[in-house]
Design a protein. Structure first.
Length: 312
């Protein structure tokens, strides 16, 4: 969130209070649109922060714990699953090798104060889901994701497809729906359809003349401040800071200008409206399949709560 406005001289305080409140409200409204939850397709994804999402996450780890013990990881018998419910596994050492650029809002930076401090680095951390490192053998058994040279067996037992967490998901959800293609890549899983539709609608929205006009307005604003980028992606993905560990002074200045120009040109409000329309269009075309997916999610949540109840 934006930092509080600094105390300013009495003469400036004579400005209309209504005007200041209106400006702050507009910025808050803009940031409210810059979240995944602000889009129609989000309703077809299980949010891990909701009651149902938390139940599914807890049940997955309960089942995964039992699976890991069966695979010979005896130490998992004492694992307190509540300590891992809000996490997702990463291979030990993988976190340190990753760049720290984090742009977890659909339209990038939107707070000039925060951007001036952090640039495009680690803008927000999703509280409902955090990474947790596991030793390579445990990570492989949990996820079924193998690197070259990894054994597909654990203590002589075959690792199930998708690892113990994948097996747990199948037990909770049942059979996964068919595959879908996103940008020409085949994807499978319980959310392949909404993700594919999200990609499809985003591509359509980016072709809208109004989106291109918004990019030009933002770019012109940036140019006035000495930065030349065709669109916000060009700024946030600049190779000068992509993959770096800490923001440089130039990055912070660029990000702050980026956020200010989004506010000054109503960039986020404009492109969000375009993308929302595009999503509603694809939802209308795939309503039956999406409604079936939502029903499956509700059944999964029920299965998860029953499983949790048996563990108490």
């Amino acid at each position: 969130m934006r930092k509080g406005l600094p105390l300013i001289v009495t003469g400036l305080l004579a400005l209309s209070a209504c005007q200041l409140v209106g400006q702050d409200d507009a910025a808050a409204d803009t940031r409210g649109l810059n979240t995944m939850a602000a889009f129609p397709l989000h309703t077809y994804l299980t949010d891990p922060s909701t009651r149902d999402g938390k139940a599914v996450g807890a049940a997955q780890w309960i089942l995964a714990k039992k699976c890991m013990v069966r695979l010979g990881f005896a130490g998992f018998s004492t694992l307190n699953t509540k300590t891992v419910e809000s996490t997702y596994p990463v291979r030990q050492g993988a976190l340190s090798g990753l760049g720290t650029i984090s742009d977890d809002s659909p339209y990038g930076v939107d707070d000039p104060d925060q951007a001036a401090e952090h640039g495009y680095h680690n803008r927000k951390q999703e509280e409902s889901s955090q990474p947790l490192e596991w030793p390579a053998d445990q990570y492989v058994a949990l996820t079924g994701q193998f690197d070259s040279g990894d054994s597909h067996r654990a203590h002589g037992h075959p690792v199930p497809e998708g690892g113990c967490l994948g097996q747990a998901t199948r037990n909770i959800y049942g059979s996964a729906p068919g595959s879908a293609k996103i940008n020409g890549i085949k994807v499978t899983g319980y959310y392949s359809l909404p993700f594919a539709l999200w990609s499809e609608s985003h591509k359509a929205a980016r072709k809208d003349p109004a989106w291109k006009k918004a990019d030009r307005a933002w770019s012109a604003c940036m140019k006035k401040q000495g930065f030349r980028y065709p669109d916000p992606d060009g700024a946030s993905l600049d190779s000068a800071w992509l993959g770096t560990q800490k923001p440089s002074g130039k990055e912070r200045k660029t990000a702050a200008a980026d956020a200010r120009c989004k506010l000054d040109t109503d960039y986020i409000g404009t492109v969000h409206a375009i993308e929302t329309r595009a999503q509603k269009t694809v939802i209308g075309k795939h309503r039956k399949d999406l409604d079936a997916l939502r029903a499956a999610q509700e059944r999964a949540a029920g299965n998860a709560r029953r499983l949790i109840a048996t563990e108490k």
